[in-house]
Design a protein around this ligand. Structure first.
Ligand code: CO
Ligand code: CO
Length: 314
């Protein structure tokens, strides 16, 4: 495991990105993320993949500076589609104020796209996933259920309007949410992606040595998700996530299988999960609103009891 006095955040707690100090005023945030298409539209794929890759810098409280494209693409599709994927990535990076300065492409049977991003932060200002404090409140900035919706899309049963809305949510940068939390000063943050709400919260409670409580009724859910769940639409990754958190989640007996699966749904480009002292909650909610963040849900809190565990109630 990498260890160095200037490595402020390394691999210890499975944080969103590494943070390396260059001097007293400057640290770089370094991260990489890429995945396979979530919809049939190559431009939208580019938008969402770039928003997702940039999100790890935002989760640390940083500003993305430069990025490199990472592309795997079948050569027979590359000519007609790759340009649109890269255009989506370019447009999203531009919105973030981040320059794409190069990249690398390999021939690959299944398309893949993402970015390696370098961001900036003042040393000591970085927001890790391992400093949540008892008494903190947990705020989530996007509704969940994108894994279920995109799986339903592959099955051909997600209504167009439902998919369109989910793509817009996935393509939304976590920039405003990140800037809001940095204006307020919060204890801990992570973004919700492939391991789902429970999986990423597990990283936070373990890294911070605290417990957490989540109320299912307070967790925002994208439109159309419950209907798809009732039809049995669940991504493979979501089942794996649920098995993966078995050792640390205490589900209330009254919770249905669907509710439990949803709390573990593998997200693409999900929101920030922010752990904020209760005394600063109102300030955070108003700063999020001022930043144009539509979803500002108080979903639970942090406890001294049951360190490393998550209690989930209806
Ligand atoms: Co992350
Ligand atoms: Co990531």
């Amino acid at each position: 495991m990498a260890n160095h006095p200037d490595l402020l955040v390394g691999t210890e707690h499975g944080d969103d990105a590494a943070v390396y100090r260059l001097d007293e005023k400057t640290a770089i945030i370094v991260t990489v993320d890429f995945f396979t298409p979530i919809t049939d539209d190559p431009y939208e794929f580019g938008l969402v993949a770039a928003a997702n890759s940039l999100s790890d810098v935002y989760a640390m409280g940083g500003k993305p500076l430069v990025a490199l494209n990472i592309v795997g693409f079948p050569s027979e599709l590359a000519v007609e589609m790759l340009g649109d994927v890269l255009k989506g990535g370019y447009d999203k990076a531009t919105e973030a104020g981040c320059l794409i300065v190069g990249g690398h492409t390999v021939d690959d049977a299944e398309p893949k796209y993402g970015l390696s991003v370098v961001g900036l932060i003042e040393p000591g200002k970085e927001v890790s996933n391992s400093n949540a404090q008892p008494g903190d409140v947990l705020v989530l900035t996007k509704a969940i259920g994108t894994g279920i919706i995109t799986t339903g899309c592959k099955q051909g049963i997600t209504p167009d309007a439902i998919l369109k809305n989910a793509v817009a949510v996935m393509a939304e940068l976590n920039k405003g949410a990140s800037e809001a939390m940095m204006r307020v000063g919060v204890n801990s943050c992570t973004d919700i992606t492939g391991f789902g709400l429970m999986g990423h919260l597990r990283g936070m409670v373990r890294g911070s040595n605290v417990g957490a409580r989540i109320r299912v009724a307070d967790v925002p859910v994208l439109p159309g998700v419950w209907e798809l769940l009732e039809k049995g639409t669940v991504p493979g990754g979501t089942f794996r996530n649920m098995a993966g958190v078995k050792d640390c989640v205490d589900w209330d007996d009254s919770l249905t299988e669907e509710q439990r699966l949803l709390m573990c749904d593998a997200q693409t480009s999900g929101g920030l999960l922010i752990s904020v002292p209760e005394s600063k909650l109102d300030q955070l909610l108003s700063e999020l609103e001022a930043s144009g963040v539509q979803t500002r849900a108080v979903v639970g809190d942090i406890t001294a009891e049951n360190p490393g565990r998550i209690g989930v109630s209806p």
